[in-house]
Design a protein around this ligand. Structure first.
Ligand code: NG6
Ligand code: CA
Length: 518
Protein backbone atom coordinates (compact mmCIF):
# COMPACT_ATOMS: atom_id res chain seq x y z
CA UNK A 1 0.00 0.00 0.00
CA UNK A 2 1.14 3.51 -0.77
CA UNK A 3 1.64 5.04 2.61
CA UNK A 4 4.09 7.57 3.78
CA UNK A 5 5.93 8.03 6.97
CA UNK A 6 5.19 10.96 9.22
CA UNK A 7 8.65 10.94 10.75
CA UNK A 8 10.32 11.88 7.50
CA UNK A 9 8.79 15.29 7.26
CA UNK A 10 7.60 16.00 10.78
CA UNK A 11 11.20 15.96 11.96
CA UNK A 12 12.25 18.33 9.22
CA UNK A 13 9.74 21.02 10.19
CA UNK A 14 10.74 24.36 11.63
CA UNK A 15 8.81 25.36 14.73
CA UNK A 16 7.77 29.00 14.79
CA UNK A 17 4.99 29.91 17.22
CA UNK A 18 1.51 30.85 16.13
CA UNK A 19 0.01 32.91 18.89
CA UNK A 20 -3.55 31.88 19.77
CA UNK A 21 -6.41 34.11 20.82
CA UNK A 22 -6.03 35.94 24.09
CA UNK A 23 -5.77 33.66 27.05
CA UNK A 24 -5.10 30.63 24.87
CA UNK A 25 -1.95 28.67 24.81
CA UNK A 26 0.04 29.52 21.72
CA UNK A 27 0.05 26.61 19.34
CA UNK A 28 3.36 25.33 18.17
CA UNK A 29 3.05 25.40 14.45
CA UNK A 30 5.12 23.99 11.69
CA UNK A 31 4.91 24.11 7.94
CA UNK A 32 1.85 21.90 8.01
CA UNK A 33 -1.40 23.82 7.93
CA UNK A 34 -4.74 22.80 9.35
CA UNK A 35 -7.06 21.72 6.56
CA UNK A 36 -10.80 22.28 6.47
CA UNK A 37 -12.87 21.05 3.56
CA UNK A 38 -16.34 22.60 3.56
CA UNK A 39 -18.27 20.32 1.24
CA UNK A 40 -21.74 21.50 0.29
CA UNK A 41 -24.42 19.20 -1.04
CA UNK A 42 -26.01 19.94 -4.43
CA UNK A 43 -24.72 23.51 -4.37
CA UNK A 44 -24.74 24.60 -8.00
CA UNK A 45 -22.09 26.38 -10.03
CA UNK A 46 -24.23 29.53 -9.93
CA UNK A 47 -25.42 29.36 -6.31
CA UNK A 48 -22.89 31.64 -4.62
CA UNK A 49 -22.79 35.37 -5.08
CA UNK A 50 -19.10 35.21 -6.02
CA UNK A 51 -20.18 32.95 -8.90
CA UNK A 52 -22.94 35.32 -9.99
CA UNK A 53 -25.87 34.16 -7.87
CA UNK A 54 -28.86 36.46 -7.73
CA UNK A 55 -31.18 37.06 -4.77
CA UNK A 56 -28.85 35.48 -2.24
CA UNK A 57 -25.79 37.00 -0.60
CA UNK A 58 -22.97 34.70 0.49
CA UNK A 59 -20.56 37.18 2.09
CA UNK A 60 -18.59 34.62 4.07
CA UNK A 61 -17.79 32.44 1.08
CA UNK A 62 -17.24 35.52 -1.08
CA UNK A 63 -14.66 36.83 1.35
CA UNK A 64 -12.71 33.54 1.11
CA UNK A 65 -12.83 33.85 -2.68
CA UNK A 66 -11.79 37.49 -2.57
CA UNK A 67 -8.74 36.56 -0.50
CA UNK A 68 -7.93 33.26 -2.14
CA UNK A 69 -8.48 31.37 -5.36
CA UNK A 70 -11.79 30.98 -7.12
CA UNK A 71 -11.83 28.25 -9.76
CA UNK A 72 -14.13 28.41 -12.76
CA UNK A 73 -13.46 24.93 -14.20
CA UNK A 74 -13.47 22.68 -11.16
CA UNK A 75 -15.19 19.31 -11.34
CA UNK A 76 -16.66 16.91 -8.84
CA UNK A 77 -16.04 13.35 -10.01
CA UNK A 78 -19.72 12.41 -10.31
CA UNK A 79 -23.03 14.20 -10.61
CA UNK A 80 -24.44 12.47 -7.51
CA UNK A 81 -23.24 12.27 -3.96
CA UNK A 82 -22.00 8.78 -3.06
CA UNK A 83 -19.72 8.23 -6.08
CA UNK A 84 -18.44 11.78 -5.87
CA UNK A 85 -17.61 11.51 -2.18
CA UNK A 86 -16.11 8.06 -2.65
CA UNK A 87 -13.68 9.51 -5.19
CA UNK A 88 -12.92 12.61 -3.17
CA UNK A 89 -11.95 10.61 -0.09
CA UNK A 90 -10.08 7.76 -1.83
CA UNK A 91 -8.75 9.20 -5.10
CA UNK A 92 -10.30 6.29 -6.97
CA UNK A 93 -12.85 6.66 -9.77
CA UNK A 94 -16.25 5.33 -8.73
CA UNK A 95 -16.57 3.21 -11.87
CA UNK A 96 -13.70 1.07 -10.62
CA UNK A 97 -15.77 -0.07 -7.66
CA UNK A 98 -19.18 -1.72 -7.54
CA UNK A 99 -21.61 -0.37 -4.97
CA UNK A 100 -20.64 3.29 -5.17
CA UNK A 101 -24.02 4.49 -6.48
CA UNK A 102 -26.30 6.69 -4.36
CA UNK A 103 -26.43 4.71 -1.12
CA UNK A 104 -29.39 3.78 1.02
CA UNK A 105 -29.32 4.84 4.67
CA UNK A 106 -28.64 1.25 5.72
CA UNK A 107 -25.80 0.61 3.26
CA UNK A 108 -22.70 -1.09 4.62
CA UNK A 109 -19.41 0.84 4.61
CA UNK A 110 -18.55 1.52 0.99
CA UNK A 111 -14.95 2.44 1.70
CA UNK A 112 -13.55 -0.76 3.11
CA UNK A 113 -11.56 -0.56 6.33
CA UNK A 114 -7.98 -0.86 5.20
CA UNK A 115 -8.60 1.14 2.06
CA UNK A 116 -6.42 4.23 2.00
CA UNK A 117 -8.29 7.51 2.48
CA UNK A 118 -7.43 11.16 2.74
CA UNK A 119 -8.13 10.86 6.47
CA UNK A 120 -5.37 8.23 6.67
CA UNK A 121 -3.05 10.59 4.85
CA UNK A 122 -3.56 13.21 7.53
CA UNK A 123 -3.52 10.78 10.42
CA UNK A 124 -0.20 9.35 9.29
CA UNK A 125 1.13 12.89 9.10
CA UNK A 126 0.22 13.44 12.75
CA UNK A 127 -3.03 15.32 12.27
CA UNK A 128 -6.23 15.00 14.30
CA UNK A 129 -8.98 14.15 11.84
CA UNK A 130 -12.73 14.67 12.02
CA UNK A 131 -15.84 14.35 9.87
CA UNK A 132 -19.06 16.27 10.38
CA UNK A 133 -22.44 16.19 8.65
CA UNK A 134 -23.48 14.24 5.61
CA UNK A 135 -21.72 10.92 5.20
CA UNK A 136 -23.61 8.85 2.61
CA UNK A 137 -20.87 6.25 2.30
CA UNK A 138 -22.39 3.51 4.43
CA UNK A 139 -21.73 2.23 7.93
CA UNK A 140 -21.31 -1.23 9.40
CA UNK A 141 -20.32 -4.53 7.86
CA UNK A 142 -23.51 -5.75 6.18
CA UNK A 143 -26.16 -3.67 4.41
CA UNK A 144 -29.46 -3.68 6.25
CA UNK A 145 -28.04 -5.59 9.20
CA UNK A 146 -26.83 -2.73 11.40
CA UNK A 147 -28.04 -2.66 14.98
CA UNK A 148 -28.65 1.06 15.46
CA UNK A 149 -28.93 0.55 19.21
CA UNK A 150 -25.34 -0.56 19.66
CA UNK A 151 -21.93 0.62 18.49
CA UNK A 152 -21.75 0.22 14.71
CA UNK A 153 -18.63 -1.33 13.25
CA UNK A 154 -16.83 -0.70 11.06
CA UNK A 155 -17.28 3.04 11.18
CA UNK A 156 -15.26 6.14 10.37
CA UNK A 157 -12.52 5.42 12.89
CA UNK A 158 -11.65 2.43 10.73
CA UNK A 159 -10.87 4.66 7.74
CA UNK A 160 -8.84 7.35 9.43
CA UNK A 161 -11.21 9.67 11.26
CA UNK A 162 -10.44 10.23 14.96
CA UNK A 163 -13.79 11.85 15.56
CA UNK A 164 -17.08 11.88 13.66
CA UNK A 165 -20.50 13.42 14.07
CA UNK A 166 -22.42 12.45 11.00
CA UNK A 167 -25.71 11.64 9.35
CA UNK A 168 -25.55 8.06 8.04
CA UNK A 169 -26.76 9.03 4.58
CA UNK A 170 -28.77 12.12 3.63
CA UNK A 171 -31.44 14.13 5.40
CA UNK A 172 -34.08 12.59 3.15
CA UNK A 173 -33.07 9.03 4.08
CA UNK A 174 -33.63 7.24 7.36
CA UNK A 175 -32.26 6.83 10.01
CA UNK A 176 -32.83 10.48 10.98
CA UNK A 177 -30.32 10.56 13.83
CA UNK A 178 -26.76 11.75 14.21
CA UNK A 179 -24.07 9.14 14.70
CA UNK A 180 -21.20 10.17 16.93
CA UNK A 181 -18.14 7.94 16.78
CA UNK A 182 -20.21 5.00 15.59
CA UNK A 183 -23.07 5.34 18.10
CA UNK A 184 -26.37 7.13 17.81
CA UNK A 185 -25.92 10.54 19.47
CA UNK A 186 -28.37 11.39 22.27
CA UNK A 187 -29.48 7.79 22.19
CA UNK A 188 -32.91 7.35 23.73
CA UNK A 189 -33.14 3.93 25.35
CA UNK A 190 -36.91 4.28 25.62
CA UNK A 191 -37.22 4.40 21.82
CA UNK A 192 -35.04 1.73 20.19
CA UNK A 193 -34.30 2.34 16.53
CA UNK A 194 -35.25 0.00 13.69
CA UNK A 195 -34.53 0.71 10.04
CA UNK A 196 -35.66 -1.03 6.88
CA UNK A 197 -35.45 -0.17 3.21
CA UNK A 198 -37.79 -3.06 2.39
CA UNK A 199 -40.94 -2.66 4.42
CA UNK A 200 -42.67 -0.46 6.90
CA UNK A 201 -42.96 -1.30 10.59
CA UNK A 202 -46.43 -2.19 11.70
CA UNK A 203 -48.53 0.74 12.81
CA UNK A 204 -46.02 3.39 11.70
CA UNK A 205 -47.42 6.22 9.55
CA UNK A 206 -46.02 6.98 6.11
CA UNK A 207 -46.16 10.02 3.86
CA UNK A 208 -48.10 7.96 1.35
CA UNK A 209 -50.84 6.87 3.76
CA UNK A 210 -50.87 9.76 6.19
CA UNK A 211 -50.25 12.98 4.24
CA UNK A 212 -52.04 14.88 7.03
CA UNK A 213 -48.96 14.27 9.21
CA UNK A 214 -46.61 16.07 6.82
CA UNK A 215 -46.80 19.33 8.74
CA UNK A 216 -43.36 20.65 7.77
CA UNK A 217 -42.90 19.66 4.10
CA UNK A 218 -44.85 17.66 1.57
CA UNK A 219 -43.17 15.57 -1.10
CA UNK A 220 -43.37 16.29 -4.82
CA UNK A 221 -41.96 12.93 -5.88
CA UNK A 222 -40.75 9.97 -3.82
CA UNK A 223 -40.03 10.70 -0.15
CA UNK A 224 -43.32 9.21 0.97
CA UNK A 225 -42.15 6.56 3.39
CA UNK A 226 -41.50 7.15 7.12
CA UNK A 227 -42.40 10.52 8.56
CA UNK A 228 -39.92 12.23 10.86
CA UNK A 229 -40.38 15.83 12.03
CA UNK A 230 -43.45 16.21 9.79
CA UNK A 231 -41.41 15.34 6.66
CA UNK A 232 -41.63 12.16 4.59
CA UNK A 233 -38.39 10.27 3.95
CA UNK A 234 -36.87 7.53 1.83
CA UNK A 235 -36.88 4.28 3.82
CA UNK A 236 -38.67 3.15 6.94
CA UNK A 237 -37.71 3.67 10.53
CA UNK A 238 -39.23 3.24 13.91
CA UNK A 239 -38.20 4.76 17.22
CA UNK A 240 -35.42 7.24 17.84
CA UNK A 241 -37.30 9.37 20.39
CA UNK A 242 -35.21 12.30 21.51
CA UNK A 243 -32.31 11.27 19.27
CA UNK A 244 -34.28 12.17 16.12
CA UNK A 245 -32.95 15.28 14.46
CA UNK A 246 -34.96 18.36 13.72
CA UNK A 247 -34.15 19.40 10.18
CA UNK A 248 -34.17 23.08 11.10
CA UNK A 249 -31.32 22.43 13.55
CA UNK A 250 -29.03 20.28 11.39
CA UNK A 251 -26.80 23.15 10.26
CA UNK A 252 -26.52 24.49 13.81
CA UNK A 253 -25.76 21.08 15.19
CA UNK A 254 -22.97 20.09 12.82
CA UNK A 255 -21.48 23.59 13.01
CA UNK A 256 -21.48 23.59 16.81
CA UNK A 257 -19.69 20.24 16.83
CA UNK A 258 -17.08 21.40 14.31
CA UNK A 259 -16.51 24.67 16.15
CA UNK A 260 -16.09 22.74 19.37
CA UNK A 261 -13.51 20.47 17.69
CA UNK A 262 -11.57 23.53 16.51
CA UNK A 263 -11.72 25.15 19.96
CA UNK A 264 -10.42 22.01 21.61
CA UNK A 265 -7.70 21.41 19.06
CA UNK A 266 -4.31 20.96 20.62
CA UNK A 267 -0.78 21.22 19.39
CA UNK A 268 -1.17 18.96 16.41
CA UNK A 269 -2.70 20.25 13.18
CA UNK A 270 -6.19 19.07 12.23
CA UNK A 271 -8.12 17.97 9.19
CA UNK A 272 -11.86 18.61 9.14
CA UNK A 273 -14.26 17.19 6.58
CA UNK A 274 -17.27 19.45 7.09
CA UNK A 275 -20.06 18.14 4.86
CA UNK A 276 -23.24 20.15 5.07
CA UNK A 277 -26.75 18.96 4.44
CA UNK A 278 -27.39 22.30 2.71
CA UNK A 279 -28.61 22.62 0.04
CA UNK A 280 -29.85 19.06 -0.34
CA UNK A 281 -33.51 18.17 0.18
CA UNK A 282 -35.41 18.31 2.41
CA UNK A 283 -34.46 21.97 2.60
CA UNK A 284 -35.75 23.19 5.91
CA UNK A 285 -33.49 25.96 7.19
CA UNK A 286 -33.64 27.38 10.69
CA UNK A 287 -36.26 30.07 11.10
CA UNK A 288 -33.65 32.82 11.42
CA UNK A 289 -32.83 32.25 7.73
CA UNK A 290 -36.42 32.00 6.57
CA UNK A 291 -37.33 34.69 4.08
CA UNK A 292 -33.86 36.23 3.79
CA UNK A 293 -33.58 35.49 0.07
CA UNK A 294 -37.15 35.57 -1.18
CA UNK A 295 -36.39 32.27 -2.90
CA UNK A 296 -37.97 30.06 -0.28
CA UNK A 297 -36.22 27.23 1.49
CA UNK A 298 -33.67 26.54 -1.26
CA UNK A 299 -32.35 30.09 -1.34
CA UNK A 300 -32.51 30.38 2.44
CA UNK A 301 -30.54 27.13 2.75
CA UNK A 302 -27.76 28.76 0.70
CA UNK A 303 -27.76 31.67 3.17
CA UNK A 304 -27.62 29.14 6.00
CA UNK A 305 -24.68 27.38 4.31
CA UNK A 306 -22.86 30.70 4.10
CA UNK A 307 -23.51 31.28 7.79
CA UNK A 308 -21.89 27.89 8.59
CA UNK A 309 -18.82 28.94 6.61
CA UNK A 310 -18.69 32.17 8.61
CA UNK A 311 -18.87 30.28 11.90
CA UNK A 312 -16.00 27.97 10.94
CA UNK A 313 -13.86 30.92 9.82
CA UNK A 314 -14.66 32.78 13.05
CA UNK A 315 -13.67 29.76 15.14
CA UNK A 316 -10.37 29.44 13.26
CA UNK A 317 -9.73 33.14 13.77
CA UNK A 318 -10.52 32.93 17.43
CA UNK A 319 -8.19 29.99 17.82
CA UNK A 320 -5.52 32.05 16.09
CA UNK A 321 -5.02 29.55 13.27
CA UNK A 322 -6.81 31.04 10.27
CA UNK A 323 -3.54 32.25 8.74
CA UNK A 324 -2.12 28.76 8.44
CA UNK A 325 -5.35 26.91 7.65
CA UNK A 326 -6.06 25.67 4.16
CA UNK A 327 -9.79 26.06 3.64
CA UNK A 328 -11.53 24.64 0.61
CA UNK A 329 -15.19 25.26 -0.22
CA UNK A 330 -16.82 23.08 -2.85
CA UNK A 331 -19.82 20.89 -3.62
CA UNK A 332 -20.37 17.17 -4.24
CA UNK A 333 -22.32 17.67 -7.47
CA UNK A 334 -24.27 20.28 -9.36
CA UNK A 335 -27.60 21.86 -8.64
CA UNK A 336 -31.14 20.52 -8.75
CA UNK A 337 -34.19 22.64 -8.09
CA UNK A 338 -37.16 20.32 -7.43
CA UNK A 339 -35.56 17.20 -5.98
CA UNK A 340 -38.65 15.71 -4.42
CA UNK A 341 -40.26 18.15 -1.98
CA UNK A 342 -42.90 20.79 -2.61
CA UNK A 343 -40.66 23.62 -1.38
CA UNK A 344 -41.56 26.00 -4.25
CA UNK A 345 -37.88 26.18 -5.22
CA UNK A 346 -38.74 26.37 -8.91
CA UNK A 347 -41.35 29.12 -8.78
CA UNK A 348 -39.35 31.33 -6.39
CA UNK A 349 -36.08 31.48 -8.32
CA UNK A 350 -36.90 35.02 -9.44
CA UNK A 351 -34.18 35.03 -12.06
CA UNK A 352 -31.59 33.12 -10.05
CA UNK A 353 -29.89 30.38 -12.08
CA UNK A 354 -28.42 27.67 -9.80
CA UNK A 355 -26.63 26.14 -12.80
CA UNK A 356 -24.85 29.40 -13.56
CA UNK A 357 -25.71 29.18 -17.25
CA UNK A 358 -24.42 25.63 -17.71
CA UNK A 359 -26.43 22.89 -19.35
CA UNK A 360 -27.87 19.98 -17.35
CA UNK A 361 -27.71 19.71 -13.56
CA UNK A 362 -27.37 17.12 -10.83
CA UNK A 363 -27.56 13.55 -12.24
CA UNK A 364 -26.56 14.84 -15.69
CA UNK A 365 -23.52 14.31 -17.86
CA UNK A 366 -23.65 17.90 -19.04
CA UNK A 367 -21.50 20.52 -17.34
CA UNK A 368 -23.89 21.53 -14.56
CA UNK A 369 -23.73 17.93 -13.29
CA UNK A 370 -20.16 18.09 -12.07
CA UNK A 371 -18.86 21.64 -12.53
CA UNK A 372 -19.02 23.12 -9.05
CA UNK A 373 -17.84 26.08 -7.03
CA UNK A 374 -14.30 25.58 -5.79
CA UNK A 375 -12.56 28.09 -3.57
CA UNK A 376 -9.17 27.72 -1.94
CA UNK A 377 -8.09 30.00 0.91
CA UNK A 378 -4.78 29.79 2.74
CA UNK A 379 -3.45 33.18 3.82
CA UNK A 380 -0.02 31.86 4.78
CA UNK A 381 0.61 30.49 1.29
CA UNK A 382 -1.78 32.14 -1.13
CA UNK A 383 -0.80 35.77 -1.02
CA UNK A 384 -2.56 37.12 -4.05
CA UNK A 385 -6.18 36.45 -4.79
CA UNK A 386 -7.02 35.15 -8.25
CA UNK A 387 -9.66 33.63 -10.43
CA UNK A 388 -8.26 30.43 -11.88
CA UNK A 389 -9.60 29.00 -15.14
CA UNK A 390 -7.52 25.83 -15.08
CA UNK A 391 -9.37 22.53 -15.33
CA UNK A 392 -9.18 20.80 -11.93
CA UNK A 393 -10.84 17.72 -10.47
CA UNK A 394 -11.71 16.57 -6.97
CA UNK A 395 -10.16 13.20 -7.86
CA UNK A 396 -6.85 14.82 -6.84
CA UNK A 397 -7.95 15.73 -3.31
CA UNK A 398 -6.11 12.87 -1.58
CA UNK A 399 -2.85 13.39 -3.43
CA UNK A 400 -2.90 17.16 -3.16
CA UNK A 401 -3.61 16.87 0.55
CA UNK A 402 -0.67 14.51 0.92
CA UNK A 403 1.56 17.23 -0.53
CA UNK A 404 0.03 19.76 1.86
CA UNK A 405 0.63 17.39 4.79
CA UNK A 406 4.29 17.11 3.85
CA UNK A 407 4.61 14.17 1.49
CA UNK A 408 7.48 15.25 -0.69
CA UNK A 409 8.68 12.51 -3.01
CA UNK A 410 6.15 13.27 -5.74
CA UNK A 411 4.73 9.77 -5.89
CA UNK A 412 1.01 9.24 -6.23
CA UNK A 413 -0.73 7.75 -3.21
CA UNK A 414 -4.15 7.13 -4.71
CA UNK A 415 -5.22 5.02 -7.69
CA UNK A 416 -6.29 7.93 -9.86
CA UNK A 417 -5.18 11.25 -8.38
CA UNK A 418 -2.13 13.36 -9.12
CA UNK A 419 0.07 15.16 -6.56
CA UNK A 420 1.32 17.46 -9.33
CA UNK A 421 -2.04 19.21 -9.15
CA UNK A 422 -1.03 20.74 -5.82
CA UNK A 423 0.71 23.44 -7.84
CA UNK A 424 -2.61 24.48 -9.35
CA UNK A 425 -4.76 24.05 -6.24
CA UNK A 426 -2.36 26.25 -4.27
CA UNK A 427 -2.10 28.98 -6.89
CA UNK A 428 1.44 28.35 -8.08
CA UNK A 429 0.40 27.32 -11.57
CA UNK A 430 -2.48 28.03 -13.86
CA UNK A 431 -2.04 24.92 -15.94
CA UNK A 432 -5.09 22.79 -16.70
CA UNK A 433 -5.21 19.16 -15.68
CA UNK A 434 -4.65 17.14 -18.87
CA UNK A 435 -8.16 15.73 -18.45
CA UNK A 436 -11.03 15.33 -16.01
CA UNK A 437 -13.46 12.42 -15.97
CA UNK A 438 -17.06 12.82 -14.84
CA UNK A 439 -19.69 10.18 -14.17
CA UNK A 440 -23.43 10.75 -14.52
CA UNK A 441 -26.20 8.98 -12.61
CA UNK A 442 -26.48 6.21 -15.25
CA UNK A 443 -22.68 5.80 -15.32
CA UNK A 444 -22.20 7.63 -18.62
CA UNK A 445 -18.65 8.97 -18.56
CA UNK A 446 -17.50 12.27 -19.93
CA UNK A 447 -13.96 13.37 -20.54
CA UNK A 448 -12.90 17.02 -20.54
CA UNK A 449 -9.59 18.32 -21.79
CA UNK A 450 -8.61 21.97 -22.03
CA UNK A 451 -9.94 21.91 -25.60
CA UNK A 452 -12.71 19.33 -25.80
CA UNK A 453 -15.49 17.63 -23.90
CA UNK A 454 -16.42 14.14 -24.97
CA UNK A 455 -19.52 12.29 -23.75
CA UNK A 456 -19.53 8.57 -24.45
CA UNK A 457 -22.57 7.07 -26.17
CA UNK A 458 -24.73 5.07 -23.83
CA UNK A 459 -28.33 6.07 -24.32
CA UNK A 460 -31.03 6.76 -21.80
CA UNK A 461 -33.87 9.22 -21.34
CA UNK A 462 -33.34 12.82 -22.47
CA UNK A 463 -34.71 14.17 -19.19
CA UNK A 464 -34.24 12.84 -15.65
CA UNK A 465 -37.31 10.60 -15.56
CA UNK A 466 -38.40 10.78 -11.93
CA UNK A 467 -39.17 14.47 -11.35
CA UNK A 468 -36.32 16.99 -11.54
CA UNK A 469 -36.51 19.03 -14.75
CA UNK A 470 -32.97 18.30 -15.86
CA UNK A 471 -31.51 17.25 -19.22
CA UNK A 472 -29.44 14.15 -18.74
CA UNK A 473 -27.17 14.60 -21.76
CA UNK A 474 -27.48 10.86 -22.48
CA UNK A 475 -27.32 9.87 -26.11
CA UNK A 476 -26.68 6.80 -28.19
CA UNK A 477 -24.40 8.97 -30.34
CA UNK A 478 -20.92 10.08 -29.27
CA UNK A 479 -20.98 13.77 -28.35
CA UNK A 480 -18.08 16.14 -28.74
CA UNK A 481 -18.11 19.75 -27.65
CA UNK A 482 -15.49 22.39 -28.17
CA UNK A 483 -14.13 24.80 -25.61
CA UNK A 484 -15.16 28.22 -26.85
CA UNK A 485 -14.14 31.38 -24.98
CA UNK A 486 -13.42 29.46 -21.80
CA UNK A 487 -16.53 27.27 -21.81
CA UNK A 488 -17.58 24.04 -23.43
CA UNK A 489 -20.24 24.79 -25.98
CA UNK A 490 -22.62 21.97 -25.19
CA UNK A 491 -25.18 23.19 -27.72
CA UNK A 492 -23.36 22.00 -30.85
CA UNK A 493 -22.19 18.41 -31.18
CA UNK A 494 -19.12 18.62 -33.41
CA UNK A 495 -18.25 14.91 -33.30
CA UNK A 496 -19.03 14.53 -37.03
CA UNK A 497 -16.52 17.17 -38.14
CA UNK A 498 -13.71 16.21 -35.76
CA UNK A 499 -13.08 12.53 -36.28
CA UNK A 500 -9.44 12.70 -35.16
CA UNK A 501 -10.14 14.50 -31.93
CA UNK A 502 -13.07 12.18 -31.28
CA UNK A 503 -11.05 9.02 -31.66
CA UNK A 504 -8.18 10.43 -29.59
CA UNK A 505 -10.57 11.19 -26.75
CA UNK A 506 -12.24 7.80 -27.08
CA UNK A 507 -8.86 6.12 -26.84
CA UNK A 508 -7.92 8.22 -23.85
CA UNK A 509 -11.12 7.32 -22.01
CA UNK A 510 -10.69 3.65 -22.86
CA UNK A 511 -7.18 3.75 -21.40
CA UNK A 512 -8.33 5.45 -18.22
CA UNK A 513 -11.05 2.86 -17.83
CA UNK A 514 -8.73 -0.04 -18.54
CA UNK A 515 -6.34 1.15 -15.86
CA UNK A 516 -8.88 -0.40 -13.49
CA UNK A 517 -7.32 -3.77 -14.21
CA UNK A 518 -3.79 -2.79 -13.37
C1 NG6 B 1 -32.74 10.48 -5.33
C2 NG6 B 1 -33.76 11.24 -4.51
C3 NG6 B 1 -33.25 12.65 -4.33
C4 NG6 B 1 -31.87 12.64 -3.71
C5 NG6 B 1 -30.95 11.78 -4.55
C6 NG6 B 1 -29.58 11.63 -3.96
C7 NG6 B 1 -36.07 10.46 -4.89
C8 NG6 B 1 -37.30 10.58 -5.71
N1 NG6 B 1 -35.05 11.26 -5.20
O1 NG6 B 1 -33.14 9.15 -5.46
O2 NG6 B 1 -34.13 13.39 -3.54
O3 NG6 B 1 -31.92 12.14 -2.40
O4 NG6 B 1 -31.48 10.48 -4.70
O5 NG6 B 1 -28.96 12.84 -3.87
O6 NG6 B 1 -36.03 9.65 -3.98
S1 NG6 B 1 -27.44 12.92 -3.55
O7 NG6 B 1 -27.07 14.31 -3.68
O8 NG6 B 1 -27.28 12.43 -2.20
O9 NG6 B 1 -26.79 12.08 -4.54
CA1 CA C 1 -25.29 15.77 -3.62
Amino acid sequence: MNRFNVGVFAAACALPLFVGAEGQKPRKADARPNVVLIYADDLGYGDLSCYGARNVATPNVDSLAANGLRFTQAHAVASTSTPSRYSLLTGEYPFRRRGTDVAAGDAAMIIAPGQYTVADVFKEAGYRTAAFGKWHLGLGAVSGAQDWNAPIEPALDDIGFDYSYIMAATADRVPCVFIENGRVANYDASAPIYVSYRQNFEGEPTGRNNPELLYNLKHSHGHDMSIVNGIGRIGYMKGGGKALWKDENIADSITAHAVDFIKKSGEEPFFIYFATNDVHVPRFPHERFRGVTGMGHRGDAIAQFDWCVGQIVAALKERGVLENTLLIVSSDNGAVVDDGYADRAEELLNGHDPMGGLRGGKYSTFEAGTRVPFIVHWPAQIKSAAVCDALVSQIDFLDVMAVVAGHKDGSRLSPDGSPAEAEVWLGRSNKSRPFTVGMAANHTLSLCTPEWKYIEPKGGPKMVPWGPKIETGYSTEPQLFKMVHGDFDETVNVAGENADALSALQRMLAEIRAAADR
